[in-house]
Design a protein around this ligand. Sequence first.
Ligand code: ADP
Ligand code: MG
Length: 339
Amino acid sequence: RVRPLTCTETRRGDQRVVHSLGDGTVHVSAARHNATFGFSAVFDAGASQETVFEGSGMRQLVELAIDGFSCTVFAFGQTGSGKTYTLMGPLTQTQNQLAAPGLLGLMQRSFACLLEQSRSCGSDLVLSASYLEIYNEQVRDLLSPGPPCALPLRWSKTHGFYVENQLSVDFESLETIANLLQQGSQRRRTSAHALNRHSSRSHALLTIHIRSRAHHLPMWLPQPSTYPSKQGTLCFVDLAGSERVKETGSSGELSVEANNINRSLLALGHCISLLAKPRGKRTHIPYRDSKLTRLLARSLGGSGITLMIACISPSSRCLSETLSTLHYASRARRVTTRP
Ligand code: ADP
Ligand code: MG
């Protein structure tokens, strides 16, 4: 998704170097770079939030999650490229101020779609949500009250990787889940001194757990003593900014942060590169290299269905980050999973 030029970029006269050519391709043209990339869908600066929801396959993903699949949506790209805007819409300055309905992001649209479906199938769905962030290689719960504390990440044969003691909150209405999202995001932002620095340095994962009781069999058929149920998940991942943090000048706390982000995004990129190889030629996938890859192991390589949204700025000043995001996305596109 290419975002529009911001006011600042327009004011200082930045050139647009990214153009969507329609037919799922995006073209980058600058003095020494000329490259075309193809994707399942490309959204230009003029694309509305609604268009992105309908055109990205997000609605189908919600339906698959209801059907019991593990579904994941990632937004990635450099800081300021539109990841949070795509997932949640424009952030409002105060907590009580809501974004205009037309600007709501993929998350709120998915919640609405999910609850609509839930109502139409006779409320046979049990819904709950958890919201975590990974900051400096520590997993924190964004829903539990009190100061954020680090939670242990464990592995079990039956569950794979999981976070111990994470809070999972049941919800039945759009209002409740929208509030959980709002509160969690607020905690993510206000735990830093600088307003935007923290959120762009942390990965945030909101997971919806969907349990559906199987429909009752018609009366004339033999009734089983227990009804089998399906369990699906829908996970939204807002990744930390992918820009290279300059090694020089960052010291102490900042360089620890930078190292941790680079490490986890590199680990993610590495897993994706290995997963993109043909199945017969694959070696061991190093999910254990970072907390992020451990938490995403199932969505990335196993039985999950994953939508990746690469967010880029059209500005000439972002050229090298844009190219790196597009290359990353091209590799990710070759990964196949077995849902
Ligand atoms: P990120 O989460 O990648 O750091 P943001 O989502 O915060 O970036 O976006 C940076 C700025 O650009 C914000 O002011 C946001 O409102 C604006 N923006 C991003 N994408 C769009 C878009 N598609 N249309 C209009 N404004 C956008
Ligand atoms: Mg953001």
